[in-house]
Design a protein around this ligand. Structure first.
Ligand code: AVI
Length: 342
């Protein structure tokens, strides 16, 4: 992926930053990290696993299926807002813009924004930052036909990608960061605030952040969205155990666990858990541990926080931004927030 770095970076960047990490080394580190997180998470009370591990090839395919479910309106609302407001959004942005997306995914929803900006401003560079090379390939393919947009995939952590862009962009270029799809909701609230402040640190006056965030809605609607009758979300959640079996040679029997979605009103979040249906023990050789479960015991796998429009404006100010505009979808309450740096 690094071969796609712009020419200017190749000149200015220290050689060490351009050298791709050896794939075998990276893979070994990733498996070690996964093993460590699984061991530590399953030692906690209540047991926990990080939602970042949902997205292996099967998990990503299941997530794509979730976005098509009639009960899960989040992605369609996000796409609708971006399509309908791409032009007003582009009109509010400064010239000489470059765009960076954190977690580019397939790139489908980004298309109208890039089209609107390039129609208004002329050719632009779009940096897709994602940890998954498969996602970056799909994104490059999806956006290849957008006239005037040059796609630069960066396979790295968000922070690392932003650091590089901030360091090597030219003085006159202004940066628009995209963080869409309400991924911010998967952070704990304090971590979300810290993450947004961290993004702000890499930005300068005239830069902007477009943040997509899902809004609070009736409990029954949220529970249907996260526990759909076709069982796709259940499969997505259970795949985490299947992934531990595949990658860490564990012996989880998936039939001994069930998917559970809960609405926690005080925290305004949907939680996903996996409940052990029986008293059992599981060996995880790749993480050098054996874990016991009581009947009914749960593993907490994800929180999906929901927001209010005014809370999002307050978050902007706390992170050091000005809330320039907020677009809300009426069909599935969801907010697209344009925050700028003054
Ligand atoms: C990626 N993220 C915003 C999704 C969400 O709604 O929290 C992940 C997801 N989990 C279950 N369904 C979808």
């Amino acid at each position: 992926m690094r071969t796609h770095l712009p020419e200017s970076w190749k000149i200015k960047m220290p050689a060490t930053l351009l050298t791709p990490r050896a794939p075998s080394l990276r893979t070994a580190n990733a498996v070690e990290q996964f093993a460590m997180d699984v061991r530590e998470g399953l030692r906690k009370f209540p047991k926990q696993l990080s939602p970042k591990y949902f997205y292996d090839a099967i998990g990503s395919a299941l997530f794509d299926a979730i976005t098509l479910l009639p009960e899960y309106g989040l992605t369609r609302a996000d796409e609708r807002l971006l399509r309908r407001n791409a032009e007003p959004l582009a009109l509010r942005l400064t010239p000489d813009l470059i765009v960076a997306e954190l977690g580019s995914g397939s790139g489908r929803k980004t298309k109208p924004i890039l089209q609107a900006i390039s129609e208004l401003q002329g050719p632009l560079t779009y940096y897709a930052i994602d940890g998954s090379s498969a996602a970056l390939q799909r994104c490059s393919h999806e956006l290849a036909g957008v006239p005037g947009a040059q796609v630069q995939p960066l396979e790295c952590f968000y922070e690392e990608g932003l650091e590089r862009i901030a360091e090597y962009r030219s003085r006159r270029e202004r940066l628009l960061v995209l963080f869409l799809g309400s991924s911010i909701g998967n952070f704990e609230r304090d971590d979300a605030a810290a993450f947004l402040a961290q993004i702000r640190k890499h930005l300068q006056a005239g830069d902007a952040l477009l943040l997509g965030a899902d809004l609070v809605k009736p409990r029954h609607q949220l529970l249907d969205a996260y526990d759909d009758p076709a069982g796709v979300t259940a499969a997505f959640n259970l795949n985490l155990l299947a992934r531990i079996n595949r990658e860490l040679e564990a012996d989880f029997n998936l039939r001994n666990f069930s998917h559970e979605a809960r609405w926690c009103a005080s925290e305004r979040r949907v939680e996903m858990h996996l409940r052990s249906l029986t008293r059992q023990a599981v060996s995880i050789p790749g993480a050098e541990c054996r874990v016991s479960f009581e009947q009914g015991e749960t593993i907490w796998t994800e929180s999906s926080h929901k927001f209010t429009p005014s809370e999002l404006s307050q978050m902007a100010v706390r992170a050091g931004f000005i809330c320039e505009a907020q677009w809300i979808d009426q069909e599935w309450p969801f907010a697209e927030n344009l925050w700028i740096v003054e």
